[in-house]
Design a protein around this ligand. Structure first.
Ligand SMILES: [Zn+2]
Length: 564
């Protein structure tokens, strides 16, 4: 099993563009086009190796790792319904706006429908049709239409404004300070590694040089400071604040995201806009990962017995067929085992189901063809629906669709996989999980026709929201702390805490029991969020016990995925 840098960088992909876009000069002084800057692809996911049979040590390899959806059932008509997400699209880094909009729209989908469009296309009084508005400024000084500025200050809808271009509102509206109680000043580029929110200290990638907005005035009689950025010297300044109908976050929390990140504050602040009467409710999920025909059935039974004894429902990520087409772990002799060909494993899986397990289909073979993608073409090690390789620096490169990727190909794998599970006498799963959380929009659409629910992190590409040709070089990977409806149409069950991984490797971050529990504790800031992790059955039940009890002690109740 291989770890990935799950401690860092979960969401996004891009961005020193953020750095390029920001000026440290006084923010209210217009000027400054985005300077060219390098951007680095931040691999969004932990990619873990699965079951390695025969006790062979693993070879050294590394990781890094507009849409209207669910109708808002109870939205009063007079208040509008759903969320309007507005984004920038100008300049060298304009393409980032679509990805940020996908990220914010995905979060907003927890609360109802959402629609996204470039800020320049905003129409006068359009926000009246919505319950709330989110604008993410990601292009420094992209012109914001006066119609939008006018409607913001009219104050009839809650507006969440993220990052750039707030100064255009300040400059347009002389009464800004007296209405909202704060005046943005300039981006503060101090090293900030912590954001205090509610009772928690959330983390922040301190090398993120994009800066956080500072203020020339904060009048706490009118403005509420919602979160504080803490510099390395201990001093603080507002990270997010609210005056009247305007909530402002002084940086983009969709970049450089980790499991304990200040991104969680964003996730929680959305409740204020979209579901303010929500009360605290903390549920947890555990998924037993990479259960293939080669998994030790005794380990599966022991896990089922333990979780059942704790009253903990769980999921079982099942791989219908194990294959090692090059004999990588089998003395160069190809080996393939189906679930039906491993009746003791199938029996153990059925036993797990009887003890509170929910079956999740985790691909068909969890590998692709006979090629390294990226490890060794062996089940549970490799990607199945996406092509990857290790680059020269040991980071995982997400290359694009596998050869032959198509609707028919993806559908065929799902059909074959279900057939194998049926043949083994296993229940038909109703939930799908992409191997290593990656697939193309084509694959997602094909799989969505069979599975309405997915249980993974989202990988979303440029072009998906705008309807343009998919750009596989530009994508956002994201975890969510509550159920959402994603842009592929899946009801998405969250996985947001990562998995137990005690072995350091390349750029990986070791992720222990205490890290998973710590991430669960950080997620308590989300008033109705889940703490969801996964666990490989190759590790001991005592390790699982520590994690489960730690999450329970933090205040969570474990539930099955179908209850969300
Ligand atoms: Zn897997």
């Amino acid at each position: 099993m291989r770890a990935l840098p799950i401690a860092f960088v979960e969401i996004l992909v891009a961005c020193d563009a953020e750095v390029a876009n920001h000026s440290t000069s006084r923010a209210t002084a217009a000027v400054s086009a985005p300077a060219p800057g390098d951007w680095q692809s931040l691999n969004p996911f932990p990619v873990e190796r699965g079951t390695v049979p025969h006790g062979q040590s693993t070879p050294a390899i590394s990781p890094p790792s507009a849409r209207v959806r669910r109708p808002l059932a109870t939205a009063p008509e007079a208040a509008g319904a759903g969320t309007l997400v507005l984004y920038d699209d100008g300049g060298t880094w304009g393409w980032l706006g679509e990805l940020y909009a996908i990220g914010l729209g995905t979060l907003a989908s927890h609360f109802g429908s959402w629609t996204a469009k470039p800020i320049g296309q905003y129409l006068a009084q359009e926000m009246a049709n919505y319950q709330a508005v989110i604008y993410v400024g990601s292009t420094f000084d992209q012109p914001v239409p006066t119609a939008f500025l006018t409607d913001v200050v009219a104050g009839t809808r809650p507006v969440l404004w993220i990052d750039d271009n707030i100064w255009q509102l300040v400059n347009q509206y002389p009464g800004f300070a007296s209405t909202y109680g704060f005046v943005p000043w300039e981006y503060d580029t101090s090293a900030v590694a912590e954001v205090d929110y509610k009772d928690a200290t959330l983390s922040r990638y301190s090398a993120n040089g994009a800066g956080i907005m500072s203020y020339s005035t904060v009048d706490t009689a009118r403005a509420t400071v919602l979160a504080q950025a803490r510099r390395s010297d201990g001093t603080t300044f507002p990270w997010a604040l609210r005056g009247a109908n305007l909530t402002y976050i002084g940086e983009n929390p969709l970049s450089y995201v980790s499991p304990n990140d200040r991104y969680l504050a964003l996730c929680d602040l959305l409740f204020d806009l979209l579901a303010p009467s929500t009360t605290d409710h903390h549920r947890a999920l555990v998924r037993i990962e990479d259960v293939s025909p080669m998994t030790d059935p005794a380990a599966l039974r022991a896990i089922a017995d333990y979780l059942s004894s704790e009253g903990v429902p769980f999921s079982i990520a099942t791989i219908p067929v194990y294959t090692d087409p090059n004999g990588y772990y089998n003395d160069n002799v190809p080996l393939t085992v189906t679930q039906a060909g491993a009746p003791e494993v199938a029996s153990a899986i059925n036993y797990m189901v009887s003890k509170g397990g929910t079956l999740v289909m985790h691909g068909y073979t969890h590998q692709f063809s006979t090629v390294a993608d990226p490890y060794d073409a062996v089940t549970a090690d490799d990607f199945e629906f996406y092509l990857t390789h290790w680059d020269a620096d040991g980071y995982l490169s997400y290359d694009g669709p596998v050869p032959g990727d198509s609707t028919a190909w993806a559908s065929g794998r799902v059909t074959s996989g279900l057939g194998e599970l049926m043949a083994a006498g296993l229940p038909r799963p109703a939930i799908f999980e992409f191997p290593h959380y990656a697939g193309t929009p084509t694959d997602a659409a094909a799989i969505r026709t069979t599975f309405a629910t997915a249980y993974h992190r989202g990988l979303y590409f440029s072009g998906t929201l705008t309807g343009q040709t998919t750009d596989y070089s530009r994508f956002i990977g994201m975890f969510v702390p509550y159920v959402v409806n994603d842009i592929y149409g899946f009801k998405l069950i969250p996985e947001n805490l990562g998995y137990y991984e005690p072995t350091p490797d390349h750029h990986n971050v070791v992720w222990l029991e205490s890290d998973i529990i710590g991430a669960a504790q950080a997620n308590l800031v989300i008033r109705d969020g889940v703490a969801s992790f996964f666990f490989h059955p190759t590790f001991s039940v005592s390790t699982l016990t520590t994690i489960v009890r730690g999450i329970k002690a933090a205040g969570y109740s474990f539930v099955g995925p179908a209850s969300l």
